[in-house]
Design a binder for this molecule. Structure first.
Ligand code: NAD
Length: 265
């Protein structure tokens, strides 16, 4: 029987734990989410974060700036929040409009407050993936992990985190010659490419654990990068989309926020 790695249920469990921890705090942890413009996709992600914050009793402030905001003006907003002692976490919702350099903006956030990933915090998606694997007692050390996708936000930090947990890691990307040859070798396969049905029956083998990070909208339906119907019949465990890595990412962001809160104390 294929095990479904249920990120939705685990995220609710994490929410309960965070709620108890926050209820004991005099000052509530506060996160500020900066959005530039009004993209539907970003609105949906931000809504999920605000909902989660409310559920656990954290303070979440949503700052929406005009699509045309200048780099200088955005940087001065960030600097103000960096200095504000009541703010423990700051995230700038990506993607940003073209006039803004994502790297410059992301690096402007104080690392101690950059709860979506910095020298202090694993990016939320990476932390979510590790938490999901650990919860289901899937061993990482000594295993062969293959990560498809090498983005700064997901692929690279996840590959590095698996390496730090003593997996032997291969990273595939859009220039990889024979993806199936690589993916078939994996004990743990993490797919973060943003391409629906990139991974199907021919890419996998039995006994694998598949983590599908992709979020794609196809005919109004949310799907991952893995052909779930076919792949789930073969592998030993798989995370679904929706209900897998997505909710784990939100929960992990708030675990990072609690860590940021503790760091400041
Ligand atoms: P990205 O576009 O920045 O990076 C995609 C990566 O996939 C690149 O490194 C590229 O080389 C690789 N790639 C693209 N096409 C490929 C192909 N045909 N074969 C092999 N590799 C290929 O995207 P990202 O920000 O890393 O996000 C990846 C996916 O994960 C997207 O669907 C995104 O929406 C989703 N995502 C989900 C969460 C979550 O919480 N579940 C969080 C962040 C991103």
């Amino acid at each position: 029987m294929t095990k479904i790695l249920d990120g939705k249920t685990l995220s609710l469990l994490i929410a309960e734990k965070l709620k108890v921890r926050i209820s004991r705090l005099k000052q509530k942890p506060k996160i500020v989410i900066i959005q530039v413009g009004n993209k539907d996709e970003s609105n949906a992600y931000i809504r999920n974060k605000l909902k989660f914050a409310e559920k656990i009793g954290a303070v979440a402030e949503h700052v929406r700036l005009a699509e045309t905001v200048s780099e200088m003006s955005l940087l001065s907003h960030i600097e103000k929040l960096n200095r504000d002692k009541s703010v423990h976490g700051i995230i700038v919702q990506l993607p940003l409009p073209k006039q803004l350099d994502e790297r410059v903006i992301s690096q402007a956030v104080l690392p101690e407050k950059a709860v979506d990933g910095s020298a202090f915090f694993l990016p939320a998606t990476t932390r979510g993936i590790l938490t999901l694997l650990d919860h289901y007692k899937i061993p990482i050390a000594g295993k062969k992990a293959v990560v498809v996708g090498r983005s700064e936000l997901v692929g690279k930090p996840t590959a590095l985190a698996l390496l730090n947990r003593d997996a032997t890691v291969t990273v595939c990307h859009s220039k990889t010659k024979n993806i199936a040859k690589e993916t078939k070798q994996a004990d743990i396969l993490v797919v973060a490419a943003g391409k629906p049905k990139l991974i199907t029956a021919q890419h996998i083998s039995k006994h694998q654990v598949v983590i599908d990070v992709g979020i794609n909208m196809v005919n109004g339906k949310m799907v991952g990068d893995v052909d779930f119907e076919k792949v789930s019949k073969i592998v030993s465990a798989i995370s679904p989309v929706p209900g897998g890595v997505g909710p784990m990412t939100v929960a992990s962001l708030f675990e990072n926020l609690l860590d940021a809160y503790a760091l400041r104390k």
